[in-house]
Design a protein around this ligand. Structure first.
Ligand code: G4P
Length: 311
């Protein structure tokens, strides 16, 4: 999925965050629990360094609880990381975060000053909603659009904790390529930049083997076809997405599947597991290395031709 993010903006965000990071005691990284890997901004692990980090797996109400538990276990293997599944539908659970910030910074002699927390997240993970809950009032605009830059905000959450909202928006991870499809499927990438048919085919290929019961229950299918287009066809027929000639309207069934998944109508579903993303990362690295080798060979051949021509 070819999506370009404005490089000048990325550079500015990197600089702004790096500057603030030196004063930050704890990072709160908001992720989408359905896609905790794909919804991570690629800058964060590097910029965070040794700073303790709370990874909030938000929208846990939409994710598969068994997979979310695997993610918590996986993330907490990293030093200084606490992973917590949350849902803005349970604000009480989110307010407990203040205590977690105190716990993670205990023993660092911060009694004399406020605890500085910084919240980060790509658009649509629910960052604004969480900030409003934490602050107990409406602070940031919810339903933020990718590309809208907000100035840095500092919000006093209680007598000891000050929260800094990340300046500017953070772009999502688009490599390995599967990330782009998952971001589109969950609504983090808006529908202007992707084709529903592509995302629905990706989803059907994943949901068929991984969530057959959810598909059967939602669409009344007797069996779930293995092949993704056959599955979309079956869903299309079940939902009367049929053209005049009798063929399934692929565009219609595709947007139906994507929209119903986003609305949580298929039940709690996760789109990636730690095991899957390790494999995808390895494959993407191998592909990148093969491309770099091919380019180096082409360049060497070009230089050799030029050398012969000069003789
Ligand atoms: P952002 O600042 O990270 O861009 O995200 P924002 O808070 O604007 O939330 C994006 C969408 O996600 C909103 O829906 C919001 O209601 C929804 N959301 C946030 N947290 C949760 C959660 O824990 N569970 C679920 N199911 N949804 C959550 P929207 O349709 O864009 O807006 P609206 O319907 O709330 O008006």
């Amino acid at each position: 999925m070819a999506i370009n993010w404005f490089p000048g903006h990325m550079h500015k965000a990197r600089k702004d965050i790096a500057r603030i990071m030196s004063q930050v005691d704890v990072v709160i990284e908001v992720l989408d629990a359905r896609i905790p890997y794909s919804s991570e901004n690629p800058l964060v692990p590097n910029l965070r360094g040794e700073t303790p980090c709370i990874k909030l797996l938000n929208k846990a109400d939409l994710a598969d609880p068994a997979t979310t538990a695997l993610w918590v276990q996986h993330m907490e293997q990293e030093q200084g990381v606490k992973a917590i599944p949350v849902s803005s539908k349970q604000p009480g659970q989110i307010r407990q975060l203040l205590q977690t910030c105190r716990d993670l910074t205990a023993g660092r002699n911060l009694e004399a000053r406020n605890i500085q927390a910084m919240i980060m997240g790509i658009p649509n993970v629910g960052k604004s909603t969480l900030i409003n809950i934490l602050a107990g009032r409406k602070i940031a605009k919810t339903g933020d659009e990718a590309g809208v830059t907000k100035s840095q905000q500092r919000i006093k959450l209680d007598e000891r904790i000050v929260l800094t909202d990340t300046p500017g928006f953070l772009w999502p991870k688009l490599n390995p390529p599967e990330c782009g499809y998952r971001l589109a499927a969950t609504g983090a990438i808006k529908d202007k930049v992707f084709e529903y048919e592509d995302v629905a085919a990706f989803l059907a290929a994943y949901l068929g083997p991984n969530y057959p019961l959810a598909l059967q229950a939602r669409y009344g299918l007797e069996e779930v076809p293995e092949e993704e287009i056959a599955l979309l066809d079956a869903i299309g027929r079940a939902r009367s997405c049929v053209r005049k000639g009798g063929g399934v309207d692929l565009a219609k069934v595709s947007s139906l599947l994507v929209n119903e998944l986003q609305a949580g109508l298929l039940g709690p579903i996760s789109l990636e597991t730690p095991e899957m993303v390790v494999e995808e990362e390895t494959r993407a690295q191998q592909e990148d290395a093969a491309k770099a080798k091919q380019k180096a060979e082409k360049d060497a051949a070009r230089r050799e031709r030029a050398r012969k021509n000069r003789k």
